[in-house]
Design a protein around this ligand. Structure first.
Ligand code: RB5
Length: 153
């Protein structure tokens, strides 16, 4: 498995910890975030990771900023990206099972390193369930691709 990881200045230490954690698990990780504490705009990291995921160069992405919000918003503007911000493992698991998230995001100012590792593990271990969930994800894609939704329920 190959993942991309990205972060802004608010998440340098957390990124280092999660990057090392993933590599210890034998996962190849492409680091496209900043390794400096100087200001680094989160949309840059969100965009870089999103492009790698959308192109299929990596199997998924991990994004970390102060809250996880800005960086995931940026990533979600790239076609084909479903980035989920999660502060606990249950949502991370369901973001994959139900929403087929291809990027997991969290906030370095929101969760501690141990919780972040649990979030990542939960997301990595989960599998998309398809079925009715697939129908709903297809509706998200329809909105993304056409700007409309035929079936308004
Ligand atoms: C940076 O100060 C902060 O705004 C950023 O890390 C993130 O939390 C934005 O959503």
């Amino acid at each position: 498995m190959k993942l991309a990881i990205g972060n802004d200045h608010a998440a340098v230490d957390m990124k280092r910890e999660i990057l090392a954690y993933l590599e210890e698990k034998g996962i190849e990780v492409v680091n496209v975030g900043t390794d400096k504490k100087e200001r680094f705009h989160y949309p840059v990291a969100g965009y870089r990771v999103a492009k790698l995921v959308a192109s299929g160069e990596v199997d998924g992405g991990v994004l970390i900023c102060g809250t996880g919000i800005g960086i995931s918003l940026a990533a979600n503007k790239v076609k084909g990206i479903r980035a989920a911000v999660c502060s606990e493992p249950y949502s991370a698991k369901l973001s994959k099972e139900h929403n087929n998230s291809n990027i997991i995001a969290f906030g370095a100012r929101v969760v501690g390193p141990d919780m972040a590792k649990m979030i990542v593990d939960s997301w990595l271990d989960a599998k998309f369930q398809g079925g009715r969930h697939g129908d709903r994800v297809a509706m998200i894609t329809e909105i993304e691709e056409t700007g409309t939704l035929k079936e308004e329920v």
